[in-house]
Design a protein around this ligand. Structure first.
Ligand code: NAG
Ligand code: NAG
Length: 277
């Protein structure tokens, strides 16, 4: 039994390293266990979004994840003025949501790596063993973010009411990753809010984007002012005064429909000061 299982896992690791990428695993996520909810090795949410119609990329409709909400009353909890944790991984198997966490390590691929993990050469080229991270070393990691919509039903969420509220620079990198929650976030409506995990990698592979759904809820809120409508991001590395102030939309990039940012030359936008904020 045990031997068979390990064989299965090495086949899994192989498929992960060749064709999968990274997603945020946590309570409240859509597509836990895959679209049918029964797969401990699910990597459906990690597949990037590339050149898709808006209907297809929006909350990963292309793979049915938008139709696989978490159990009722399960939310990603966002403590106002505090922080929350998710697990960034290439497969649910490498998180504590599967197999009682038996295959987790400090890293998203369940493997062991040096603290200063980097690709070959100097300056380092892309990390080869784990192309899914799309990166040369920690300092080059493009940044990931969460956005929130004060609507309980996914069908009510729009680009304008989904605002980026937290960014973690130099991620994805290690598995356990935390994001800060602004103290000024108001409480969600009775049925909770809808959130999205977001990432735009910078180089080291196909330019693509990630948008993954969560049911979320702000706890301990004291603020009451609603979040302002989100405005499209602007690529502002060359002119910081052109950066958008206040609530911003997610970055829509490299899709067949809906792109909302035009970086200068061949640069990549991202959830970092250089590419967006
Ligand atoms: C990380 O990699 C980039 C790109 O190769 C390089 O410019 C930078 O110096 C590296 N940083 C460290 C701390 O090694
Ligand atoms: C969201 O959190 C608030 C504050 O803890 C709580 O009162 C409310 O019931 C929660 N909403 C849902 C839908 O669980």
């Amino acid at each position: 039994m045990r031997t068979l299982f390990i064989g299965g896992l090495s086949a899994l690791i192989h498929s992960v390293s060749t064709n999968a990428h990274t997603a945020a695993y946590a309570k409240g996520m859509y597509c836990r266990g895959g679209p049918n909810g029964d797969n401990q090795n699910a990597n459906d949410p990690v597949v990037p979004l590339y050149q898709l119609s808006m209907e297809d990329w929006w909350f990963q409709h292309d793979r049915g994840c938008d139709l696989a909400p978490p159990p009722e009353d399960e939310f990603l909890e966002l403590p106002a003025g505090g922080s929350f944790e998710v697990e960034l991984a290439h497969n649910q198997a490498f998180t504590t949501l599967s197999f009682d966490g038996e295959f987790t390590s400090e890293w998203p691929d369940g493997g062991d790596h040096p603290e200063d993990w980097h690709g070959p050469g100097s300056p380092p080229d892309c990390i080869q063993e784990d192309g899914a991270l799309h990166v040369q070393n920690e300092s080059m990691a493009a940044g990931t973010a969460f956005a929130i919509s004060y609507h309980s039903e996914l069908s009510e969420v729009t680009l304008e009411n989904l605002a980026v509220f937290t960014v973690r620079l130099h991620t994805p990198w290690k598995r356990v990753t935390s994001y800060d929650v602004p103290a000024a976030m108001p409480a969600c409506p009775l049925g909770g809010c809808t959130c999205a995990w977001l990432w735009v990698p910078d180089g080291c592979g196909e330019p693509n984007m990630y948008m993954q759904g969560f049911k979320c809820n702000v706890t301990g809120a004291t603020a009451t002012s609603p979040v302002a409508p989100a405005r499209p991001p602007v690529y502002c590395e060359d002119d910081l005064s052109s950066c958008v102030q206040g609530a911003k939309q997610m970055i829509v990039w490299q899709q067949a429909e809906g792109d909302n940012i035009e970086p200068s030359q061949s640069k990549s936008p991202g959830y970092n000061p250089k590419g967006l904020e």
